[in-house]
Design a protein around this ligand. Structure first.
Ligand code: SAH
Length: 345
């Protein structure tokens, strides 16, 4: 019999499990606290639970915890973890320290089913979705590293690691609810960003679900033909639908939208590209993060020069759109945006 992960049980399930076995229901609360608040990795670590009760748990359940397979440290302080899952697959999670923030960059899938031409993760293909506890455990792991190496706790989480979070929506939502719950890590949802390549149906669903975290969209081009050439799924989920869904998001949440955008030479570095971007995002308060391109050894992509970046910055600012140019972190260890590809394997 393949035993189920005990962490797939809700608090109510755990309480019912114990009453069914003739134990007191509050044992469920104790176990729940060990599993989530204390993040133990072995049922025998529950020291206030008797051996008899632990054994009855162990006869039906396991804890499929994650393990750090390897840790790489960048000269800029960024730490990349290769994380081994219980079935032997690997994902990567990154800690990005700055003076004011400790940010965890978390994966939501093993590999990715989208086929963005400029992203190293797309070369892995999608192997499977991560479970809520596998997402949660990455956060706990990075939080521990913040405490160990920097003496301060994690402050921010971005779902910008491997995978498309909105293609694993239910599990990402469950993980975030544990991360933000007082019975879990108690972090504020305002400090969590979910980044999507833009799945319109799911963006509307997020608005309907009244989620409290922030939304970022990897846009990279607001011209249909250009976007389809670099992000082929745009053919199916086109810009018109994407913008519709973002309007719906803004109308229902009143939350500012962040766009991630890389400027490449000869692809999207012209005035018409900038104008299309302004036109696309001016319907709501928005922020454009211009991300530096991190090379993944494909000669068709080259970071645009400084004058193209300056053009974007000027035009966006003139149109009252907040814009930042983000320097890459962790490039020397392939931990930067779009470089997560399990290379160490
Ligand atoms: N699938 C989600 C989550 C991944 S986030 C999404 O697309 O948003 C990773 C971010 O890095 C995305 O904005 C992605 O477009 C960007 N990215 C991918 N490859 C990159 C590269 N080689 N250089 C810079 N940014 C890249």
């Amino acid at each position: 019999m393949i035993k189920k992960d005990v962490r797939s049980l809700s608090l109510e399930d755990l309480r019912a499990f114990f009453t069914d076995k003739g134990f007191q229901a509050f044992r469920g609360n104790q176990v729940y606290e060990w599993l989530w608040k204390k993040s133990i990795t072995d049922i025998d670590q529950m020291t206030n639970i008797s051996k008899e009760i632990r054994d009855s748990l162990k006869s039906e359940f396991v804890i499929n915890n994650i393990e750090i397979d390897s840790v790489q440290k960048s000269t800029d302080g960024t730490i990349k973890n290769a994380i081994r899952l219980h079935d032997g697959l690997t994902v990567e999670s990154v800690l990005i320290p700055t003076k004011t923030r400790m940010t965890a960059c978390i994966s939501s899938q093993v590999g990715c089913s989208l086929n963005c031409k400029f992203c190293a993760t797309s070369r892995l293909k999608r192997m499977r979705n991560l479970n809520p506890d596998e997402i949660y455990d990455q956060v706990v792991t990075i939080n521990n590293q913040c405490l160990e190496f920097h003496n301060k706790p994690l402050t921010n989480i971005v779902f910008m690691g491997m995978g498309e979070p909105l293609m694993n929506y239910n599990n990402v939502l469950k993980a975030i609810s544990k991360i933000t719950s007082p019975s879990g890590l108690g972090m504020s949802p305002k400090r969590i960003v979910v980044s999507t390549s833009g799945i319109p149906k799911m963006i509307k669903k997020m608005a309907d679900d009244k989620v409290k975290f922030k939304l970022a969209v990897s846009l990279h081009s607001a011209i249909e033909k250009t976007r389809t050439s670099i992000m082929p799924f745009n053919e199916k989920f086109n810009l018109i639908e994407l913008r519709d869904s973002l309007k719906y998001w803004y109308k229902n949440t009143k939350n500012r939208i962040t766009y991630e955008y890389v400027v490449w030479e000869g692809i999207n570095d012209k005035m018409e590209d900038v104008n299309a971007l302004v036109e696309f995002c001016k319907f709501s308060p928005s922020k454009v993060n211009l991300i530096q391109y991190n090379s993944i050894d494909d000669p068709s992509f080259k970071q645009a020069n400084n004058s193209a970046i300056a053009l974007y910055m000027n035009v966006l600012e003139k149109n009252n759109i907040t814009v930042t140019f983000r320097r890459s972190r962790g490039k020397d260890i392939d931990a930067a945006c779009g470089q997560l590809a399990n290379k160490s394997q």
